[in-house]
Design a protein around this ligand. Structure first.
Ligand code: CA
Length: 216
């Protein structure tokens, strides 16, 4: 999952980027509304965390312009718990809100819920053959045995599982699983897939030669 954070307060932006990367998300950041809108339009993010008060273009304006083109799920960060702000957000097309200051654990929970809703998952557990992925705990079981996956490995299998039945191209996987700071060596994805198959069984992810990967 690749997330865009649009937040102008440098310390909060840094902390959010760090926390989300630790959870296995690929994360891009923008420090003003114009850069945020540019990135939101240029890439297909799985969700956007959007501050309301931003230089150059505020969060409402950004959201209004984005909604003319895209339905990317948006979690707004609002400084005031004002009723007007919430109504305005609903009208503009925000998907959820969090009032500053907030707990990081709450932000992470809201973000997971937002992504679950946008991908029509009803549960945080996903079964693939004898494997159970828990997207909330970010853990995996193979049969009864816990399997340790790296954050990146988990992100890859989670993305494929959410889009089960679809062939996901390598380009799409790079777009959703690696961020602007990642050094994308061309064989990196294959290395991760190899490692996931070794841990969870070779049949868990199918290769469609010349097309991409798929969970059937
Ligand atoms: Ca701000």
């Amino acid at each position: 999952m690749r997330i865009l954070i649009v937040e102008d307060e440098p310390r909060l932006q840094r902390n959010l980027v760090k926390a989300l990367r630790e959870e296995g998300y690929a994360v891009d950041a923008a420090g003003d509304g114009e850069d945020g809108l540019y990135k939101a339009e240029a890439f297909n993010y799985d969700a956007i965390i959007l501050d309301v008060m931003l230089p150059r273009l505020d969060g409402w304006e950004l959201l209004e312009r984005l909604r003319k083109k895209k339905r990317t799920p948006v979690l707004m960060l609002t400084a005031r718990d004002g009723h007007n702000d919430r109504v305005k957000g609903l009208d503009t097309g925000a998907d959820d809100y969090l009032v500053k200051p907030f707990d990081l654990s709450e932000l992470l929970a809201r973000l997971r819920a937002l992504i679950r809703r946008s991908t029509n998952q009803t549960s945080s557990k996903i079964e693939i053959r004898d494997v159970v992925l828990d997207t909330r705990a970010r853990s995996a079981l193979r049969g009864e045995t816990p399997v340790v996956l790296t954050a990146r490995e988990f992100a890859i299998i989670e993305y494929l599982a959410i889009h089960r039945g679809e062939v996901i191209t390598r380009a799409e996987m790079y777009e959703h699983l690696f961020d602007e700071n990642d050094d994308t060596l061309s064989n990196l994805l294959d290395v991760h897939i190899f490692s996931i198959r070794k841990k969870l069984g070779s049949e868990v992810i199918a290769t469609r030669r010349g097309q991409g990967y798929c969970i059937e």
